[in-house]
Ligand binder design. Structure first.
Ligand code: IVH
Length: 702
């Protein structure tokens, strides 16, 4: 997989789309069917790659991003239970540096630099999570995680698991205990032997066996399966369990739950890592599967302050065990051309198994990477270059497409030559130019390059863009090849050009008059289109789905947006200042948007498209019940009781927009000491200004 730093937006969008689909299928296979089609390491790699891409390109995050999802929707087989408190997932750490970063991030969010923060470290059990609801000490409900919000009702099955108490004494009136249902190695082996002797399909691993056994319609079957349960968390509670994670866990133990004996309090990130090593060393002797170590902030008041991102808590992380490596021969280097013309080198490998998966392609990132240089010209791999014929090391931690990490020079074939990166586009022969400061070489052919044209058109019809029913990547490719369309606007003139003589379309395999008319109708349906989708569909570099939404929200109409992009080409004008004032729009994104409208060929293409469309304006935001929902807030000066990040996260949770600068559109300024010019500007503009204490009350934290 391409090093993200060297990737362009188009490649990223495409990869994010592929990842979303792949992970959606994997989730259904794993959570609903209990028959995973990816190994855990592979799944993590895809998720991690997805997250890494989203960190670098937040504007490209999809509405259906796997990062926004937990598990899979519940199976129709079971009754549904809406969780009183969502059941979330955990972010991942893959190496020691990620653990130090987790500590640093936590400290930064809380504004605690040198104060002691203690954590707990405990095994990450490889089973499936279960939420047990006790009311007045009696087990009333048990639910799987489902999609995090709604789980499957497995109450009668939970009642037959011997580790799960039916009754609790001295428990809060309402207590939801959460933990992992799992199967031990011995029990798994026995169960599989039994399955086989009965002619039933054996389970692939203990986790599947546990999930398949819990998710039974007949609890007698569950009862015959030796399931176990470790408690490690909680959902709704009518009274606090304790003031620390560790005390809460020992409280659960006192109530009669099994808790993991390897749970330990650690004072520093290094202690966490040390405990990780201790657990890792015992992994094979534990008698049940674990796939990492979970770290949690110990102080529950800090957990509360840290809160959650969309699907993961800020106060916890799972440090996963490592993925695998393999050596193989590099047979060929191919160059792929992306939507913005980026030339990406791909290694064709002699197929090799890495962590249970056969790998035959790997990314080589860019020409510098092949030469043994990083983006700043420093050496990587000790400066060793990569040549066709080399024995290379393939690495698959966190990447969809594996990376070539290293070269064994002692195995280099005689007379091998260093790789000459093409300087013309292999698709259209236009010069491939590498601009100053860009790691990527790009084809300068624009829409005349068939590779770029096809990628742009595919992007144009993709789900988050025009999403035309019956016009997917495959059809676009065919239409382009046949010369029926060469740019987006021509999609909308297809009926006029080919509608009467349907013959050509009809003669094509899979097309009849009915399907052709259906396609034309589907195209016509999308002439009316929301502004954010049009902006996204243009495929401008750095303008992903979220950025397109931000711009649409800000400008409201196509006319206003277009005028602004044209106006913003004046570096001293108000249009540029206004564009840059949008929270989430940075200089790179702004420059890219402005450039698209400044380039005459590009502008003409956009104009031709817009003349075919009715672009819908953005409706005013609907208000929710929070006092700041839909309002634009600015924070300025020093906050004492929380960090900026914490305040911003809170405001956004409440439905407010947070802007970086005060303007006539600002509704409220929260000013701490040293707010200076922003406070003055707010006063000049008559913008309401409050202090941190008033903000704490307003945001319901007081
Ligand atoms: S804490 C807010 N602790 O890992 C999330 N989870 O990848 C609280 N898991 O959904 C979860 N062992 O099913 C926690 N010791 C442990 C765990 C654990 C396994 C599972 C759990 C969770 C998933 C996230």
């Amino acid at each position: 997989m391409t090093d993200i730093k060297n990737m362009n937006e188009d490649a990223v969008s495409l990869e994010l789309a592929t990842l979303a689909e792949r992970l959606r299928c994997a989730n259904i296979a794993y959570h609903q069917n209990d028959e995973p089609d990816l190994s855990d390491a592979e799944y993590d790699q895809l998720k991690r790659r997805n997250a890494a891409l989203e960190v670098e390109f937040p504007q490209l995050m999809r509405d259906d991003s796997p990062s926004l999802q937990v598990g899979a929707p519940v199976s129709e087989k079971f009754g549904k239970i809406t969780h009183a408190v969502s059941m979330l997932s955990l972010g991942n750490a893959f190496d020691d540096a990620d653990v130090f970063e987790f500590d640093a991030r936590t400290r930064k969010f809380l504004g605690l630099s040198s104060e002691k923060i203690t954590y707990t470290a405990e095994p990450k059990i490889d089973g499936l999570s279960l939420s047990l609801r006790y009311e007045n000490g009696i087990l009333m409900q048990a639910a799987t995680r489902g999609d995090g919000a709604v789980g499957e009702d497995v109450t009668s099955n939970a009642r037959v698991i011997s580790d799960i108490p039916h009754r609790l004494t001295d428990a809060p009136e309402i207590l939801e205990v959460r933990g992992e249902v799992y199967m031990s190695h011995i029990d798994f082996a026995e169960l599989n032997a039994r399955q086989e002797s009965e002619g039933a399909k054996p389970f692939a691993n203990p986790r599947n066996a546990a999930a398949g056994s819990l998710r039974q319609l007949d609890s007698a079957v569950t009862k015959s399966r030796p399931l176990r349960f470790f408690a490690y968390a909680w959902g709704e509670v009518s009274a606090p369990l304790a003031t620390t994670q560790m005390q809460a866990i020992s409280g659960l133990k006192d109530l009669g739950f099994s808790t993991n004996p390897l749970t330990q309090v650690c004072d520093t990130p290094q202690d966490l890592i040390d405990h990780y090593r201790v657990i890792e060393a015992q992994r094979s002797e534990l008698g049940y599967d674990i796939d990492g170590v979970v770290y949690k902030v110990n102080d529950l008041a800090l957990q509360e302050r840290l809160g959650f991102r969309s699907t993961t808590p800020r106060w916890a992380i799972a440090h996963k065990f490592a993925a695998e490596l393999a050596w193989t021969r590099l047979e060929e280097i191919d160059i792929q051309v992306g939507r913005t013309g980026a030339l990406s080198p791909v290694a064709r490998l002699k197929p090799v198994t890495v962590g249970g998966v056969v790998v035959s392609n790997a990314t080589l990132h860019n020409e510098d990477y092949i030469r043994g240089l990083d983006s700043k010209g420093g050496e990587i791999r000790g400066g060793k270059d990569i040549r066709v014929g080399d024995l290379v090391q393939v690495y698959r931690a966190g990447d969809v497409i594996p990376k070539v990490a290293d070269v064994d020079l002692t195995k280099r074939i005689e007379n091998s030559e260093s790789y000459a990166f093409p300087t013309v586009c292999p698709q259209c022969n236009s010069p491939a130019i590498r601009e100053e400061g860009d790691a990527v070489r790009r084809c300068s052919g624009g829409m005349i390059c068939p590779a770029q044209a096809v990628e742009r058109l595919k992007h144009f019809v993709s789900r988050a863009a025009f999403d035309i029913e019956g016009l997917g990547a495959k059809q676009v490719e065919q239409f382009l090849k046949d010369g029926w369309i060469s740019e987006p606007s021509e999609i909308f003139t297809l009926r006029a050009r080919y509608g009467s003589g349907l013959q050509q379309l009809k003669n094509r395999e899979g097309w009849g008059e009915k399907s052709a008319n259906k396609l034309f109708d589907a195209i016509d349906e999308k002439r009316m289109i929301p502004l954010n989708r049009v902006i996204f569909a243009l495929g401008v570099r750095h303008l992903g789905e979220s950025a397109s939404k931000l711009l649409a929200q800000h400008y409201g109409s196509w006319g206003a947006f277009e005028q602004a992009m044209i106006g913003a080409s004046n570096p001293d004008g108000d249009a540029l200042i206004d564009l840059l004032s949008i929270d989430g729009v940075g200089a790179v994104m702004a420059a890219s948007a402005v450039q698209a409208f400044a380039e005459p060929r590009e502008r003409a293409l956009i104009d031709r498209l817009i003349s075919e469309l009715t672009v819908q304006d953005v409706a005013a935001p609907t208000t929710t019940d929070s006092a700041v929902a839909g309002k634009t807030l600015v924070f300025s000066g020093t906050l004492v009781k929380m960090t900026r990040a914490e305040a911003k996260a809170r405001a956004e949770t409440l439905g407010a927009k947070v802007s970086g600068s005060v303007s006539a559109k600002t509704d409220l300024l929260i000013a701490g000491p040293g707010a200076g010019s922003k406070a003055k500007k707010a006063a000049d503009l008559g913008v309401e200004t409050i202090d941190e204490d008033a903000w704490i009350v307003l945001s319901g934290q007081g």
